[in-house]
Ligand binder design. Structure first.
Ligand code: UD1
Length: 378
């Protein structure tokens, strides 16, 4: 009888969960073929940065929790390497599957490669060509430690070819994060969060069957060290958000790194205009994103999600590793100067950019299915 293949999935930080959930679901449909173990490194550990996603995405609880916590890059890599190696030795999986570009991704890929266990990297080949971003180092090194590389957009295949990675190792499959979005979008329509934030009327005042009116608003996320670790850069961006908020309310779920920097540097914003919120769960954030007039961010994944949704997105960065979101989508890069942000935001809010230029190829909700088929044959 054919033995099931044993795989370890790795999650560590917030953007990992939505990429892994569809893979686990797809493998779970074929229990005779796959035996799955979920390892959580514990890089992110707060309820709002971790547990809430398991609930929203219907993911099983991790089988193994490494509890590495926060620290410098070196500390995080070292703790993951040290604590993941015994798991590999004990479980001897056929594959370790890592996703994205966080510190946990690289550390687990490296531990597996050194133990001669095959590594599959989901979301391979993305390049910002900016080595000051910790994620760029993670992307390059993870790809070079991997045996099978799954790309989300054609630029990924070009970048890997330019780095000498053989085409036989690379498969263009689409985007598992978009699989999650496409599956959950119909349910991201509970208007409770919009009502709580006074962005749409309470149900009774609404009248049966009438479409509800949602106030225009801007949704913001920021956490990149380049934008938030430097007090003057962060102050500049917050100043711009206050000015954007003179036209439409600004909602800003604040990442723990950013919250710390705001507090340490005694920065503040007008609380009625720029609403600083706790980090949100997946469903609440998706609801806010789909109905927003504009998103301002420095996240990687949100550039892709807004592209899929056709929501205008301004990315406060000098570069992006996801060029398809600029070519086909609604994304624009902007400088962090206050006047540049304000002008771009006003432009985006008045010239309705919601015109969709298209959804990138293979972002069709079936990336996980393709990945599992490839892994099954490998
Ligand atoms: C990490 C990833 C980044 C990803 C982001 C999404 C790396 C190098 N960076 O950045 O690619 O886009 O996650 O969120 O892996 N903290 C908490 N509670 C938590 C998690 C973190 O308070 O649950 C604090 C930590 O103590 C630390 C700070 O937030 O001071 C930053 O966390 P860290 O994991 O180092 O990197 P992120 O900025 O979250």
């Amino acid at each position: 009888m054919k033995q099931p293949k044993r795989v370890i999935h790795v999650v560590g930080a917030r953007p990992n969960y939505m990429k892994v959930a569809p893979l686990m679901r797809e493998m779970g449909r074929h229990p005779d073929n796959w035996r799955q173990t979920l390892v959580h490194t514990g890089q992110h550990y707060d309820y709002r940065m971790s547990q809430v996603f398991f609930e929203d995405l219907g993911m099983p609880q991790p089988d193994v929790y490494l509890g590495v916590g926060s620290g410098s890059h070196a500390e995080q890599y070292a703790r993951v390497l040290q604590s993941f190696e015994p798991v590999l030795k004990q479980q001897q999986p056929d594959w370790v599957i890592v996703v994205g570009d966080v510190n946990s991704t690289l550390a687990c890929a490296l531990a597996a490669a050194q133990t001669h266990i095959r590594v599959a990297h989901v979301e391979a080949g993305l390049r910002s060509f900016d080595r000051t971003m910790p994620e760029e180092i993670n992307r390059v090194l993870t790809d070079h430690a991997s045996d099978l590389l799954f790309t989300t957009e054609p630029s990924g295949n070009r970048n890997l070819a330019n780095e000498g990675i053989p085409a036989e190792k690379v498969r263009f499959v689409g985007n598992t994060m978009i699989d999650t979005l496409a599956t959950l979008l119909p349910r991201a329509d509970d208007k409770r969060i919009l009502r709580e934030l006074l962005l749409c009327p309470a149900p009774n005042g609404n009248g049966e069957g009438k479409p509800i009116k949602i106030r225009p608003y801007t949704l913001v996320t920021l956490h990149r060290p380049q934008n938030v670790d430097d007090a003057s850069a962060l102050g500049e961006i917050l100043g711009a958000l206050e000015r954007v908020a003179e036209d439409v309310p600004v909602l800003f779920p604040v990442h723990p790194r950013t919250r710390k920097r705001i507090e340490e540097n005694h920065l503040s914003v007008h609380p009625e205009r720029v609403r600083l919120l706790e980090p949100l769960g997946y469903m609440d954030f998706l609801t806010l994103m789909r109905y927003s007039g504009l998103v301002i961010t420095d996240s990687g994944g949100i550039q892709e999600e807004t592209t899929y949704l056709g929501v205008p997105c301004l990315t406060v960065r000098p570069n992006t590793e996801r060029p398809i979101t600029i070519e086909l989508g609604t994304n624009r890069l902007i400088q962090r100067e206050s006047s540049a942000i304000l002008l771009a935001a006003q432009d985006a809010l008045c010239t309705n950019l919601r015109t969709h230029r298209g959804i990138p190829p293979l972002w069709d909700g079936r990336a996980a299915q393709r990945i599992v088929e490839h892994l099954g044959r490998a």
